[in-house]
Ligand binder design. Structure first.
Ligand code: FAD
Ligand code: SIN
Length: 549
């Protein structure tokens, strides 16, 4: 056993004048649901390297609360209904073929995670206890109390550590995708055959930048919530994958559709914001203004359970109209015992800050939550760059259109990691490693003494995006944001050219890039659709089109 492991290690790691280089059949950036699910599958066919920029489990996945939407109870529910709800939430921009694929293949993928060991809550009769969230016409959300993501992440990691073909490197930060550009060939957005050979990654512990070569690379880097000031996302969510692909001249689409979750806990000073799951509204909680009045009936007949874009905009409007900082979520009429059974962590969290949910209403505000657009992929997870795949929140598959239906994200990641796996194993044996990749060039750089500059600039980016590119937009605000961000972009690129690379600086560059993509996409969309609401174009156009950059 020891010998086999030594041989594998020697095969995958080489020291040369090119620097430290690792070679794996499959390289995966990210250890959330998308990266880990795909890893477990492809590991049956070759060597696998997963790199992740923080600890192994740190990801948006770990914080998912509500659950996974999948048709389970065929007496009450049907694929047709789940498809219709997804299309309705997506405001006319979903790819119907992709929606059909995800909804129909979803239950098999969920079953797989159950077989790997994930436990979803059951009723007393032994059937799954299906929750309901905004925009769903039926109860179809499988969950593990109010921490479904933690249960899934834990299950997947348990399988990963057992697999002899998988090496996981935590605190490795992917900086850039390696393409022909690094061999001196000009690559532009019009180049048809851009190829990916791996990535340059910073080993955060040693400070060394390593060359990771692969036959196939998967980007599974999640969302970008930290482009805004208030977000439900953990600090890893800085849009690195989207920015890397855009820099490598790959296609990115629908970036204007950043989803704000309507109900993050209003608790000034807490960063990131704590989420109050939509499943609580599915359980009967009601939104009210500070004076205790219901308001959602003024905006949609589904009231507190309308799709997210509608609820978040309604809350934003009520807050602005009244000059108030939050609205309230009323759970006081709900059964305490059942509430604690379903939402023990939320109950505890509220209790810890002095909110007794049976007596007090919970103060909530919208917060940046989910990137609906991202790296453009096809029905097999292929990006516009050869040998490069993308899955999960960083990918734009066509499922979510202009607004994601709640709890469709974990499902999408499971379905597309499987589809990508089926595609890559077919071509694996025909591929070879690229030779002559140079090591990362760090010449002419010096250590950053001005770390504080990076922190300030990150806050500036978040302020610009929150003040001008939030839930309600206008051309004036978007143009102002564009001009401000351009200045910051130039300053940061200068700093990057003369500074030793650090995760903080790379994240700042990536956030600026993502901010730029959101603003540009929003500027070219001359309509209000789903999550992109522009007061200069309050109506939807007749023909729905993707914004491809
Ligand atoms: P993630 O789980 O975010 O994983 C990304 C990984 O990439 C991380 O390991 C990160 O460290 C790594 N990474 C990023 N950049 C780099 C880099 N440069 N180098 C190396 N590694 C990198 N969806 C649902 O369907 N149902 C829910 O109930 C639900 N609840 C949610 C609750 C919260 C609070 C949040 C934040 C999200 C929720 N979502 C939910 C959304 C869902 O959790 C995410 O969309 C999904 O988990 C994304 O999975 P992923 O694998 O694509 O990315
Ligand atoms: C929630 O539990 O409200 C979040 C669900 C999601 O983002 O899909």
């Amino acid at each position: 056993m020891f010998c086999i492991e030594m041989i594998q290690l020697l095969q995958s790691v080489t020291f040369s004048y090119f620097g430290l280089m690792k070679k794996y059949d499959f390289l995966i950036i990210g250890s959330g649901i998308a990266g880990l699910t795909y890893a477990l599958k492809v590991a049956e066919y070759g060597t696998v390297c997963i790199i992740t920029k923080a600890s192994e489990d740190e990801s948006n996945t770990k914080y998912a609360q509500g659950g996974v939407a999948a048709v389970w109870d065929f007496e009450e529910d049907s694929y047709k209904k789940h498809i219709a709800d997804t299309l309705d939430a997506g405001a006319g921009l979903c790819d119907e073929k992709i929606v059909e694929i995800v909804v129909r293949e979803g239950p098999q993928r969920v079953q797989e995670v159950i077989e790997w060991g994930a436990k979803f809550d059951k009723t007393k009769t032994g059937s799954y206890d299906l929750g309901r969230e905004g925009g769903h016409s039926e109860h179809r959300v499988l969950h593990h109390k109010d921490n479904t993501g933690l249960e899934i992440e834990r299950t997947l990691l348990k399988q990963i550590v057992k697999h002899p073909n998988i090496d996981m490197f935590s605190h490795y930060f992917a900086i850039d995708i390696i393409t022909q550009h690094h061999l001196g060939v000009e690559v532009t957005r019009r180049t048809k055959n851009t190829e990916c050979y791996g990535v340059y990654a910073l080993n955060v512990e040693t400070g060394e930048i390593e060359t990771l070569l692969s036959l196939i690379t998967l980007i599974a880097t999640g969302g970008a919530g930290h482009v805004y000031r208030n977000t439900t996302n953990p600090i890893i969510a800085t849009g690195d994958g989207v920015a890397m692909v855009y820099r490598a001249k790959g296609k990115v689409e629908n970036m204007e559709f950043y989803q704000f979750h309507p109900t993050a806990l209003y608790h000034p000073g807490e960063y990131p914001s704590y989420l109050i799951t939509e499943a609580i509204r599915g359980f009967g909680a009601i939104l009210r203004t500070k004076d205790g009045k219901e308001f959602m009936h003024l905006y949609d007949k589904r009231k507190s359970l309308a799709p997210r874009d509608i609820v978040a905009r309604a809350i934003d409007n009520e807050m602005k109209k009244r000059g108030e900082d939050y609205v309230l979520l009323d759970c006081r009429h709900l059964d305490k015992k059942k509430f604690i059974e379903h939402f023990p962590n939320i109950y505890e969290k509220c209790h810890s800050i002095g909110i007794d949910i049976m007596k007090d209403m919970i103060p909530v505000v919208p917060a940046a939550h989910y990137l609906c657009g991202g790296i453009r992929t096809d029905d097999r997870g292929r990006t516009s760059i050869k040998y490069l795949y993308a899955c999960g929140e960083c990918a734009s598959t066509g499922l979510h259109g202009a607004n994601r239906l709640a709890s469709n994200s974990l499902l999408e990641a499971m379905v597309f990691s499987h589809r990508a796996y089926l595609d890559v194993i077919k071509k694996l044996r025909t591929l070879t490693y690229k030779h002559g990749i140079p090591k990362w060039n760090a010449e002419g750089t010096f250590n950053p003494e001005e770390m504080v500059l990076i922190t300030f600039t990150r806050q500036e980016v978040q302020d610009i995006m929150s003040n001008y590119v939030g839930i309600v937009r206008s051309n004036l605000r978007l143009n102002r944001a564009f001009e401000r961000l351009e200045l910051i972009y130039r300053e940061t690129e200068e700093l990057y050219q003369r500074t030793v690379v650090s995760p903080e600086l790379c994240e700042l560059r990536n956030l600026i890039n993502v901010g730029y993509l959101i603003i540009r996409s929003s500027l070219v969309r001359h309509e209000s659709r789903g999550l992109n609401y522009n007061t200069d174009y309050p109506k939807k156009l007749k023909v729905a089109k993707n914004t491809v950059l």
